[in-house]
Design a protein. Structure first.
Length: 750
């Protein structure tokens, strides 16, 4: 067994030495964190808590601001931030007893690589960015010192700013590599059932996660709003354990920002606003990495050939120490193979397959978000976005000057060849591999489009605004193919149409102006677009061919149903069970009679594709209701609930796959009901004031699962009932509002 290092085992990377805690990246002496100096930072910051536990951080400088955030994350969310810092060093398997040792080891091996890059690049960051990292770890360290009983005994207050920086460093995609190898092998095994099953099992899990995760975003310009000011909506929906955290930070003369400070790192800031502007992120899904097949040199082992010249394959040896399930210590050493262009992910007798990933080694993500928080105009914000240090996401933007925008952000490679999908491009020359990113100017950017709105719901940017569909001839060919799923179609219907959800129109009229409150109400629309496309056909089918009395009764319930997932609606539970039974009985391509088409993007898909299966599925759904003891017309909210702490209340909303914009997923409870556990969680809507020194921003927010997962916290479930009924709380932005709403004032650790 190899000897154990306090933090990191040796990593054989060229020109990089990573040492134990308290040493500099290059091994020069450095002091261990000083508890006295950490404590003194608290003298430069005050935390003011208002209703629902929202913290307002009033700091003298960026280091003190980040110190308070590190403290707050530990105070409200326990050991998450501290454990993440341990993981960043590649030490989790050494200290913890993870559920899956294999997964923990995989993560630690990857972390050693990103940690080395973090150590190598830390001094290249701007001083203000380093101040945030230094303050954040100081806040976590000091909280651990003062509250050791709240942490596992292996968590020690020895974190460094490099640890925090390592959480933002990007690497090449192991999942892309696995997907390529899996599909390559499946093609080789296509004649066997084993190959087909392997591909199906892996990719079905990916499709399920893809279908459930995502976000919604809207921006309305002055021509669409009652006040004549821009309005921005952010509506992410990940698992309710994703760790959204609402906070307001203020450093006089430097920044003031209200938004999402995702638990676990210094820069989890992926949505929010200052007095000048704001943005919302939604996931996009470009293909970043490209696999290349390089020819092996037939005469030189461990060499490949490019432009007629041989080049050696480099090896890296990494050792990770870990604790065995029995409590002992052991270590594992892995050797990885690399080329100057990327890692070797697969090999045959003739070729080396390498992954060239434009994210690999990018280290400025935190710096980009800090500069975005400090931006004061559209021009400044767009200039920061040119960094593309955050590798992906759609950014929906609005500002106090009345601008709205949607920018498709991606570190897309500029391919010198056609996109290859899940196959490799053969490279005989270096010129046949990409070497630069697609120019920033070539990525889709909608700025103040006609109709006064932009929207995003995780589909391609082709239909960001119905008045100006994207011209595919003007964008890179490796952008994902056009797609407009039902959640996106409902988003467009709500954003493009009259506030009541009428027919789409080409321009805003006087009766179409939206107040901030009306935007909030629109966001909570319970419409279920799949039902709107299918129920009429299904009811007609039952009337024409339904012979079973139970099926005919079910058809009558659906005929009376309003096609929504509102808490009081009767028929939605039956329809959802029918949809599940029908979907499982037909091929995906046959679910609808008319599939989605670019020619009719807002009217398709529609109609029942397999009437016989649809009728049989309704019998299955009715039987399932009877077996559960539910009447066919049970209210949606009697089954679908928000259950958190002592709160147990009905809720409107459904899965995005059913075409809901009010997106919620559910897990079954012991008594058979459904408890929300994914989807809408932290939502904000903000209306900007007049520039440059006019009214402050006016905003509403709600965080479904509260500011703390700790069940004994008063802020564990105090927003759950409000969220369930579609209400939101007013943001305290001004000094007066903060003062009037104050429930507690303190300095961290004092």
């Amino acid at each position: 067994m190899m000897s154990l290092y306090p933090l990191l085992a040796a990593l054989s990377l060229p020109a990089t030495v990573v040492g134990p805690a308290g040493s500099s990246p290059m091994g020069a002496p450095a002091l261990l964190p000083d508890s006295v100096s950490d404590a003194r930072i608290a003298d430069r910051v005050e935390i003011v808590r208002t209703e629902y536990g929202v913290p307002h951080v009033l700091a003298d400088d960026l280091e003190a601001m980040a110190y308070a955030l590190g403290w707050l994350q530990s105070e409200d969310h326990g050991a998450v931030a501290a454990i993440n810092l341990v993981k960043a060093r590649g030490e989790y398997a050494l200290h913890a007893h993870p559920d899956s040792l294999e997964d923990a080891l995989d993560d630690d091996f990857q972390a050693r690589e990103t940690y080395a890059r973090a150590a190598e690049t830390y001094d290249l960051l701007r001083p203000e960015t380093r101040s945030v990292y230094e303050g954040f770890v100081a806040g976590v360290r000091h909280y651990v010192r003062l509250h050791p009983d709240e942490f596992p005994d292996w968590v020690q207050p020895d974190f460094t700013a490099v640890d925090a920086h390592a959480l933002e460093v990007q690497s090449w995609s192991r999942s892309d590599a696995r997907r390529f190898v899996r599909r390559w092998q499946a093609r080789q095994d296509s004649a066997t059932a084993a190959g087909a099953e392997r591909e199906s099992a892996e990719e079905s899990r990916e499709r399920e996660a893809f279908a459930l995760d995502g976000s919604n975003a809207w921006a309305f310009g002055p021509s669409r709003t009652e006040s004549g000011r821009a309005i921005l909506l952010r509506n992410p929906h990940l698992t309710w354990g994703a760790g959204y955290y609402e906070a307001h930070v203020r450093v006089p003369g430097i920044l003031e920002f209200y938004g999402d400070f995702r638990i676990g790192s210094a820069f989890g800031i992926i949505g929010g606003f200052n007095q000048h502007l704001g943005w919302a992120t939604t996931n996009n899904y470009p293909t970043y990495s490209q696999v290349y097949a390089l020819q092996r040199d037939p005469d030189l082992p461990e060499h490949y050939v490019l432009d007629g010249d041989p080049y050696p394959v480099m090896t890296r040896e990494t050792t990770v120490d870990f604790r065995t399930p029995e409590g002992g210590l052991d270590s594992e050493t892995r050797v990885t193979r690399h080329t100057r262009y990327g890692p070797v992910i697969h090999e045959t007798d003739e070729h080396l397959y390498i992954l060239k990933d434009p994210r690999d080694g990018e280290f400025r993500r935190g710096e980009q978000f800090l500069r975005m928080m400090m931006a004061a105009s559209l021009e400044e914000w767009l200039e920061v976005m040119r960094m593309r240090a955050h590798p992906s996401s759609n950014f929906t933007y609005a500002d106090a000057a009345g601008n709205i925008a949607h920018y498709y952000n991606a570190r897309l490679p500029l391919l010198p060849h056609e996109p290859t999908g899940d196959t490799a491009a053969v490279a005989r020359s270096e010129r046949q591999m990409w070497s630069e990113l697609v120019p920033w100017e070539d990525l889709p950017l909608y700025l103040n489009p006609p109709g006064g709105y932009v929207q995003q719901a995780n589909d391609t940017p082709d239909y960001t605004n119905l008045n100006v569909p994207m011209d595919r001839d003007t964008v890179p060919p490796n952008l994902p193919d056009p797609r407009l799923r039902l959640r996106s179609q409902l988003s467009l219907t709500l954003a493009h149409a009259e506030p009541g959800g009428g027919s789409p129109r080409s321009a805003a009229g006087p009766d179409g102006l939206l107040s901030l409150e009306e935007v909030v109400a629109l966001k909570h629309s319970p419409r279920m677009l799949v039902a709107e496309r299918l129920v009429t056909d299904l009811v007609r089918l039952v009337r024409e061919r339904g012979s079973d009395a139970r099926v005919r009764e079910a058809g009558q319930v659906l005929a009376r149903w309003d096609r929504t997932a509102s808490a009081d609606a009767r028929g939605g539970v039956l329809f959802k069970l029918w949809e599940q039974a029908y979907r499982s009985s037909v091929d995906t391509a046959d679910f609808f009679r008319e599939p989605w088409t670019k020619d009719r993007p807002m009217e398709t898909p529609s109609g029942l594709g397999e009437p016989d299966s649809a009728l049989a599925a309704l019998a299955v759904a009715a039987d399932s209701m009877e077996a559960r003891g539910w009447p066919l017309n049970i209210r949606w909210g009697e089954v679908h609930r928000v259950i958190r702490g002592e709160v147990d209340v009905p809720v409107s909303g459904c899965e995005g796959t059913l075409g809901c914009f009010r997106t919620l997923s559910f897990e079954e409870t012991e008594d058979g009901r459904r408890a929300a556990n994914r989807g809408d969680a932290w939502v904000f809507a903000v209306e900007f004031g007049e520039p440059p020194y006019g009214d402050p921003p006016r905003a509403y927010t709600v965080l479904a699962y509260g500011q703390s997962p700790k069940e004994d916290s008063p802020h564990h479930a105090d927003q759950a009932e409000m969220f369930a009924r579609g209400a939101m709380k007013a943001v305290a932005w001004t000094d007066q509002a903060i003062r009037e709403g104050t429930t507690r004032r303190y300095r961290p650790g004092r």
